[in-house]
Design a binder for this molecule. Sequence first.
Ligand SMILES: [Zn+2]
Length: 459
Amino acid sequence: MRRFLTLLLTLLSLSGEAAVPALDEATRQLAHDIYKQLIEINTTDSVGNTTTAADAMAARLRAAGFPAPDVQVLAPNPRKGNLVARLRGSTSEKPILLLAHLDVVEAKREDWSVDPFTFTEKDGYYYGRGTSDDKAMAAIFVANLIRYKQEHFVPRRDIILALTADEETGNFNGASWLVNEHRDLIDAAFALNEGGGGRLQEGRRVYNGVGASEKVYVTFALETHNKGGHSSVPRPDNAIYELANGLTRLEKYQFPVKLNEVTRTYFERMSKLEEGQSAADMAAVAHGDADAAARLSQSPVYNALLRTTCVATRLEGGHADNALPQSARAIVNCRVLPGESADEVRNTIVSVLNDPGIEISWVDKPKPSAPSPLDPAVMRPIEEVTNEFWPGVPVMPLMATGASDSLYLRNAGIPSYGVSGLFSEVNDSRAHGRDERVSIPSFYDSLQFLYVLVKRLAS
Ligand SMILES: [Zn+2]
């Protein structure tokens, strides 16, 4: 019997057959309409308005029976409103925070094959700016809160929803502003946010990713100076060559391999999904094998997960075609492993450059972001629901090489997990790009996944 069950589960996962709870037509329509409404409200930094979107979602929640004081639109700037809503629980246990950003990256009509601000259904996908980043989650959270209210579901602890401004760009970042100005409204035991998601490979579910950690963004300027002179009489010292030689030394340097709880678990679990040398290297690197780390580092993606990276991104120098350069300047952008000191990274760069003539200065100071612990109270329900929905598909802890608003929550002591159950093809990432889209079945699966998961985490 047990063998039969295992076989059945294997067949189910191989065939991509899933056990996602069925969706009734009214709920499907509700989620669709909210999603469409959000996509068609332009929330770009240039001409958009997140207050309009926040007001629209607030109106829906009030109409569904949320008392007015539990649904607030708060705006540090008239165009940069944030929504904070609360479904009251039966105890005073610390709440769960659901976070999604309302703002989207700029999108030009002429770059797209469809209008980015018209919700378009085509070829099995929903198209529009923000469909994946991050209005699917925003729409799903709103739809599910309305469902909970309609069902008279009372969670054990409060469920807070925050839909925010300026995650992508702009001066009124909603997550940071709420943490600083309205901590009481969003204070929570932990948060669910973007930064995770399921990976598909040619339609097959590979894993359900949970973002638990992010690298830290730091930028330095390197500068050299020289007295210069007439280029017909070159001197042995030269600002451009001096800087270039320093950059060449930096190019050859690799920061040491360092794993944390998230990346170690990632490589351990990935080793079971990969094959051959790659699988062996992933299993070995989790236990500190240097040769395995060196082979994996040949992949830019794995290299970025294994160590801090610093890379030259801009270069300028000189002032005339016929003059010796009086100065040269390069920008070096670093992505520092969480928990590593940016001051130490700076010291390492100074010693690798090995030239006191190269001045180094901070362009961006680091905003540290400690990894969120893989707490069983959060991870186990994610694993359970994932296994119920998509038997055999593993949950994969992820460290992002970029940053999201989870940074501000983590720094405020609110552990944050990127989890959506929204699956997309590994080679079809269009967030921030043209023709952004989400597969229609994936959207509704994610709606159901988050409905069940949030309920379980709050019960
Ligand atoms: Zn985003």
